[in-house]
Design a protein around this ligand. Structure first.
Ligand code: ZN
Length: 427
């Protein structure tokens, strides 16, 4: 009996055991490779992937024995795109009525179902990672969406999430309803230094990767030609938010549109400035010096301006001037769109790349803003944003040359996330 077992064990069990040990190997032939790091693309690259990671990137050569070969030799391969300002739980809010309706008429479970759909749209458009910057009244449902994606239950990008965001009481919708009604709010109302610290701890407890707060509101141009705004928090409160977040290892995103709001966010020590329409030369210089990221969200600005009227078109024009200056001054610009501020089904987030080129970046700078620079903002420089050995196998392919026509990035034909092919139309 013993002898019999000794004979069958190796043949029956060892192959199964070793098959479980050896990760799936894939070799991708890339006609052109833009790796997110080097200034120039390379021709005929061979990218070898094991499991969810890239193990080597070489010029030509033959695929390792036993590897599954994916032929992208007629395509341009790039790192998976990263959008660092999204709202998966929102479906567009050009008008405040559209916003209020979502919070009043849609349950959080229904909004979470739409969020899962939006995440799939984003991944199909080539976005393999996103920072979702608050749920707009859907409490902590972003954490659930992130978890479902991470567990492989639904397809979507890797996510970092900010949960509820913060303003002081009464400074964010829903507003203007009878005081007799108990209504949801688009953010968590937070007051006082102790309240700020407690809110940061609470959001972190329920899964916030980032803390987001609204530095300002009521944007208006004054005689000096500068876009001004009303600052929401006292300096003491804003500093308490940032200090507590940093103390427990979280970074802080500040929504700041007017110059006053941006200046207040910089005084508080925020890590990223969102929108930033009212940036002045002095504020840009300070951001460049301190390495604070600007996330311009041009797609939403240009999308909502016609419907909102008022100052919004003038603000969009101002961003165009700021953008060219910020590029020259070396401000770190990471790609963010504010998707959700526009309808996920109607606008492809990858339009943002084209706006950056229209406004003064080279195509390569624009690509980096939405790959390696965005990856750095997320603290994932060692994992995402470039195609290099050791990184996650997150990559996309387009048929044409995005360095000649940046709108090619709106026509992604191949998407791989963590070594798994999500979409392949390159046959
Ligand atoms: Zn936003």
């Amino acid at each position: 009996m013993r002898r019999f077992l000794a004979l069958v064990l190796p043949s029956l069990f060892i192959p199964i055991f070793s098959a479980g040990q050896a990760p799936h190997r894939v070799a991708i032939r890339a006609g052109k490779l833009i790796d997110g790091k080097n200034d120039k693309p390379v021709e005929n690259a061979l990218i070898v992937i094991e499991g969810d990671k890239i193990v080597s990137v070489a010029l030509g050569g033959s695929a390792p024995a036993g590897a599954e070969v994916i032929d992208l030799s007629k395509a341009t391969v790039l790192p998976g795109f990263i959008d660092v300002h999204t709202h998966v739980l929102l479906q567009g809010d050009v008008t405040s009525a559209e916003y209020d309706e979502q919070l009043l008429k849609q349950s959080i479970p229904y909004r979470a179902i739409l969020a899962a759909r939006n995440a799939e749209i984003a991944l199909s458009h080539g976005f393999t990672a996103m920072r979702d910057l608050e749920t707009e009244g859907a409490m902590y449902a972003d954490v659930d969406v992130k978890t479902a994606i991470a567990n492989g239950e639904v397809p979507g990008p890797r996510m970092q999430v900010a949960t509820r965001a913060m303003t002081p009481t009464g400074m964010y919708p829903l507003l203007g309803y009878s005081w007799e009604l108990k209504l949801p709010t688009g953010v968590q109302y937070v007051d006082g230094v102790e309240g700020a610290r407690k809110a940061v701890r609470e959001q972190a407890m329920y899964g916030a990767d980032w803390i987001k707060y609204y530095s300002d509101r009521r944007y208006h141009f004054e005689a000096d030609g500068v876009l001004h705004s009303m600052v929401n928090f006292t300096d003491e409160e804003a500093k308490a938010i940032v200090d507590e977040a940093h103390r427990i290892g979280k970074k802080v995103a500040a929504h700041a549109i007017g110059s006053d709001g941006i200046a207040a966010a910089l005084r508080a020590g925020a890590d990223t400035v969102e929108h930033g329409d009212g940036l002045t030369d002095a504020l840009m210089d300070e951001m460049a010096r301190r390495g604070i990221y600007w996330v311009p969200t041009l797609t939403v600005g240009l999308y909502v301006a016609p419907g909102r009227g008022g100052n919004w078109q003038k603000m969009a024009d101002l961003q165009k001037e700021d953008f060219a200056k910020a590029v020259k001054k070396g401000v770190k610009i990471a790609l963010g769109t504010d998707a959700g501020g526009f309808d996920w089904k109607k606008v492809n987030q990858a339009k943002e790349f084209a706006y950056y080129v229209q406004y003064g970046m080279t195509p390569m700078q624009s690509i980096r803003a939405g790959t390696s620079v965005a990856g750095e903002l997320l603290g994932w420089s060692d994992k995402a944003g470039t195609i290099e050995a050791g990184k996650w196998a997150d990559l996309v392919a387009v048929s044409g040359d995005p360095l000649k026509d940046i709108t090619e990035l709106q026509k992604v034909r191949f998407v791989m996330k963590g070594g798994v092919v999500h979409k392949n139309e390159m046959h």
